[in-house]
Design a protein around this ligand. Structure first.
Ligand SMILES: [Fe+2]
Length: 299
């Protein structure tokens, strides 16, 4: 059990996630930052309520978790938040020019980890709520360590040395990524393979790594077999007891481990306003297989 002296840590789910109280993220002490990092490794998802963060505060706090990964500029070649190129805006709101001020609109976002199609996917993401609708737009998280624990041994044995190609064609809202061609062919679509079961670089614990379902492909398998395996694997993360639903309040900041969790978002009334600022922490490691030839042979 990890002990904390400078922050208060209260689990929000029986399997993962914790609310952290007693810290102002605009000016945390060094000791608090160290304990937050420890809490993050232990719980994967951290919730901080009642924060008041300007863009500079958010960027500053985010840097305690690694190098930041600036989002692509918008269609006009501008950053989302002037003078803060590291901040990405998730929003359905239109600006004075009639163009969206952010991304993802008001629709549903399906289960995913962020940008798993990269060779080194981001370690973490943070979302900070600035305007929220009165209902809808909840963000759901699931534990990929928990999903792995729930998998039957026979299925684990079948997949533990396999790799999944993580598709890069579409984002979580189903939109085509810039510069890519539409594809519904899992075998040939653009993507990057990662092990099905990875070892967390900090904790060493194993987690199931699925990324997203659309166009995913288990390497070396006939497409039909790959689809059947993926359908079986996707059963476990999204079971009710493995999922936490976050209902946003103003001033919430949620930090999640992009390796040991997946997330999705509910749709909301397109006439309501939702504005969130997001930062992302660059991948520090390529996802590493938990099971090696040696460990499998010894098992
Ligand atoms: Fe996401």
């Amino acid at each position: 059990m990890v002990e904390f002296k400078t922050i208060h840590v209260k689990p929000i789910h029986s399997r993962f996630g914790a609310e952290i109280a007693g810290v102002d993220l605009a000016s945390p002490s060094k000791a608090q930052v160290m304990e937050i990092q420890k809490a993050w490794a232990a719980h994967s998802v951290l919730l901080f309520r009642d924060q008041s963060l300007g863009p500079g505060d958010l960027v500053q706090f985010s840097k305690h978790f690694g190098k930041l990964d600036p989002p692509p500029v918008n269609e006009d070649g501008k950053t989302f938040v002037q003078d803060f190129p590291d901040i990405y805006v998730v929003s359905n709101v239109l600006g004075d020019d009639g163009k969206p001020i952010g991304s993802l609109g008001a629709g549903e976002a399906t289960w995913h980890t962020d940008m798993s199609y990269l060779k080194e996917p981001p370690d973490a993401s943070m979302l900070y709520s600035i305007e929220i609708p009165s209902q809808g737009g909840d963000t759901w998280f699931c534990s990929m360590e928990g999903a792995l624990q729930d998998m039957p041994e026979a299925l684990l044995r079948q997949v533990r040395q396999l790799h999944i190609k993580h598709d890069g064609t579409y984002n979580s809202g189903g939109y085509l990524r810039q510069g890519l061609k539409e594809s519904n062919d899992p075998v040939h679509s653009v993507g990057t393979p990662h092990p099905v079961v990875c070892a967390h670089p900090v904790t060493g614990r194993p987690y199931l790594y699925l990324g997203r379902r659309r166009n995913a492909y288990v390497l070396g398998q006939p497409l039909q077999d790959s689809e059947a395996l993926l359908d079986a694997l996707w059963t476990y993360p999204v079971e009710q007891h493995n999922v936490y639903c976050h209902q946003w309040r103003l001033g919430d900041l949620v930090l999640w481990d992009n390796r040991t969790t997946m997330h999705r978002r509910d749709s909301f009334d397109a006439c309501a306003r939702r504005i969130m600022h997001r930062t992302q922490i660059k991948g520090s490691h390529q996802p590493r297989a938990f099971y090696s030839e040696e460990t499998v042979a010894a098992a």
